[in-house]
Design a protein around this ligand. Structure first.
Ligand SMILES: [Zn+2]
Length: 63
């Protein structure tokens, strides 16, 4: 199941949102059930339709 747009609109990277000038925008990858922050390159997983917005639980994006 996909996350609702309303929920996505309010989600932000908990790490970046505290930084001045950064909104903490997240990219939603529905097929992988992941939310990716391009600013700090952390991947937040979505478990049972609930985004796990914890820096400690996030994994680092490798490119
Ligand atoms: Zn971030």
């Amino acid at each position: 199941m996909a996350l609702s747009k309303d929920l996505l609109a309010i989600l932000a990277c908990p790490k970046c949102v505290r930084e001045p000038g950064c909104t903490g925008d997240l990219e939603y990858h529905e097929e992988k059930q992941q939310l990716i922050c391009r600013h700090c390159k952390l991947i937040y997983s979505i478990k049972d339709d609930i985004p796990v917005m914890l820096v400690e639980e996030a994994t680092f994006l490798e490119e």
